[in-house]
Every structure is written in structure tokens, then in C-alpha cells.
Write a protein that binds this ligand. Sequence first.
Ligand SMILES: Nc1ncnc2c1ncn2[C@@H]1O[C@H](COP(=O)(O)OP(=O)(O)OP(=O)(O)O)[C@@H](O)[C@H]1O
Length: 270
Amino acid sequence: MGAVSEPNNLDDLVVRLSGVGVRRGRSDLLAGVDWTVELDERWVVLGPNGAGKTTLLRLAAAELYPTVGTVDLLGERMGKVSIFDLRPRIGFTSAALAARVPGDELVRDVVVSAGYAVVGRWREAYDRLDTDRAMELLGALGIAHLAERTFGTLSEGERKRALIARALMTDPEMLLLDEPAAGLDLGGREDLVARLSTLALDPDAPAMVLVTHHVEEIPPGFTHALLVREGRVVVSGLLDDVLTAENLSKTFDQDLVLERSGDRFFARRR
Ligand SMILES: Nc1ncnc2c1ncn2[C@@H]1O[C@H](COP(=O)(O)OP(=O)(O)OP(=O)(O)O)[C@@H](O)[C@H]1O
């Protein structure tokens, strides 16, 4: 599965992977991946540890080149375009990025500095408009009151939200979230899922791709799913078609039951 479906409008394509493989030494981190993401789509990428989810997201973030196949991002072919032109058009959050943010950086500056595509080493004067925009985003994520705190003093949940605000700072055409709810308590997870749901349902929001291990973390409003296992796409397509007990069981190599309550999903072993 995972065949490239023909998009309605080529201009709306934000990601197109064709026959993509990523090889390191003798290991295939990814193999034979075909995937397209359109502007109005919100994708969840699900799979067990080590399946290749982060590798897939890093390809979409222009952080990694494929070993084989082609990657088109926002209408540009990777390898033929400067990644420095491409990256401000892509919002990306990950644990690796969080680890690079200096603990003594003010939260407001963590967000504003996204416009300069650097963390921790910008000290240029910045525009008042940038500050206003950063404050607006921190407000939308419910942490405007933390703007003057240093990043290092934030809780895990507050850091995740600050980094999502940062990822949105450049008004990207695509927002990539690598396990945004990892490490959050139940309240923190539910709060984040609700905020991501609001974003997902906003027609003006960018295309979104969210990587997770847990179906409970799928925000309402997400439209598509890609299930990956051992570097290969198990199935991809519309969320309602793809998210079945059978597909999940295949992906996680467990006999799983999937339950749906309203617009949320829950899974457990049979
Ligand atoms: N540079 C590398 N060299 C060799 N193997 C690597 C390299 N980078 C990643 N891997 C391996 O590739 C596989 C896929 O890694 P990736 O981080 O994409 O998985 P993931 O699905 O995001 O996992 P997790 O859910 O645990 O974060 C893993 O088995 C990982 O150990």
C-alpha cells in the first residue's frame, strides 16, 4: 500500500515522496516510501519504536536527503534547491530541537528567533512586529504569561507548547510535529490534543504532520494517517479508512482492539 494518490491540484502539494529509501550502513531506515501531503491535509504518522517515523519527518523537514527516490517539498525538488530557502517555510518541532535550545534563553526569544532559523545564537535587534507575533502565538498556546521566563525553567508541557509557537512563527506552509505529547501527563496531553485540534480544524492553518506512537494522541480534525513498520509503509490514506484494528495490529505486531469514542481513538491489546 502507500501508493501515491493523484492530488487534486499539484499546486496544493506540500510533500511528495516517490520511491524513497534512506540507508545507513547495511540498514534500511526507510524503503519504498511513496507519500503525498496536500495543503489542506492533516496527517498522523503512527508506528512502533524504531519504525522510521522520525526519519520520515526529517525528510519532510528538509533535514535529510533520501538515499534513493525523490523528495519534493513545497514544489521544490530536494537536492536542487537551497535548504536554507526551504526551511523557513517549514515549521518543525522535535525533542532534538528542544535539546538544542539553551536553558537561559527567554521563552519569547525562543519563539522570535525562529524567524532567523537559529536557536540560541541570535542577538540581533528584532522587529516589534516579530515580538507581537510571538506573543500572539504564545497566547494561542496558552502560555503568554511565560514569555519572560527562561526556557530551562519551563515544565515539559510548557516547553512543547513554546516550541509549537516557535514552529508557527514563520507562518509556515507545513507544520511537522515529532511526538509533541511525549512526556506529558494526562492533563498536559489532553490540553495539547485540544490545542492541536483547534489548529487542525482551522482552514488557514498549514498542512500538518504529527508523529506519535499512540492513537489516543490523534487530535480531532486530523484527516489522514500513515502507518509505518520496519521502515516500510503498512498503509496510508484517509484516517477513517486506515485506522482499523487490523491495520494497527499489523503495524504494532500485536492483536489490538481499537475503540472510538466520539472523535477520539483508544487502543489496547485483545
Ligand atoms: N544514523 C543511523 N545509522 C544507523 N541506524 C540508524 C541511524 N539513525 C537511525 N537509525 C535507526 O533507524 C531506525 C529508525 O529510526 P527512527 O528514529 O526514524 O524511528 P522512529 O520510528 O522515529 O522511532 P521512535 O519511535 O523510537 O522515535 C531505528 O532502528 C534507528 O535505530
